[in-house]
Ligand binder design. Structure first.
Ligand code: E4P
Length: 205
């Protein structure tokens, strides 16, 4: 069981590193844009903050470009870079090639068990089901985690489930209970996970 931070704000990561429990960081183009920094500067700073598993989303309309960009980040950061690819046909092709090259991959934008299965067959290190976005359209994000976990367990699959798009401390707890190996959480959710009103009350007493 591991926890990652879902952010591209380096100071937010640095502030929470002393907890000693953060095992990775996930980024995406929206988070990078929000940071207002150049993507490559952000990646460099996150690695320098001591993160040893950083998901870097690569650009490309075809598998060849995705692979080339993945190789580039792998040659720069080695095993600390996990190449984040979309769950599309081109993304799956790229995942297969990178997995043969022993480069770690995080397959993102997963919304169904069948997508997770194909990514696992392509040798993905992680699959990222998006819990919050499914819940937002009235579907069951945690239910999806549970279905993928059951399927992977039956088939003794090595691909790990990285629950993403988590919007609350409770949904992170639910994702772990449903079988997620890793939860990636925004810093606000990370902070909420350590607090409880009765803890504060107990301290006051
Ligand atoms: C993580 O890898 C994802 O990019 C992220 O959790 C997406 O979250 P959102 O649905 O809040 O954008």
């Amino acid at each position: 069981m591991k926890i990652f931070l879902d952010t591209a704000i380096v100071t937010d990561i640095e502030d929470r590193m002393p907890t000693g429990i953060i095992k990775g960081v996930t980024t995406n183009p929206t988070l990078i844009r929000r940071s207002g920094e150049d993507p490559d500067v952000v990646y460099e700073e996150i690695i320098n903050a001591g993160i040893t598993d950083l998901s870097i989303e690569v650009k490309g309309d075809d598998a060849e470009t995705l692979v080339a960009n993945g190789i580039l980040y792998n040659s720069k950061y080695g095993d600390k870079a996990t190449i984040k690819l979309p769950c599309t046909v081109e993304g799956i092709k790229a995942c297969k090639t990178l997995s043969i090259l022993k480069i770690k991959t995080n397959m993102t934008l997963i919304f169904s068990v069948s997508q997770a299965i194909l990514c696992a067959l392509a040798g993905a290190t992680y699959v990222s089901p998006f819990v919050g976005r499914l819940d937002q359209i009235g579907e069951d994000g945690i239910g999806l985690i549970s279905q993928i976990a059951t399927t992977f367990c039956i088939h003794d699959c090595k691909t790990q489930i990285l629950a993403a798009s988590l919007r609350s401390a409770q949904s992170a707890a639910d994702a772990y209970e449903a079988g997620a190996h890793i939860c990636t959480v925004p810093v606000e959710v990370f902070d909420d996970m350590s607090t409880h009103v009765l803890t504060d009350k107990g301290l006051a007493q």
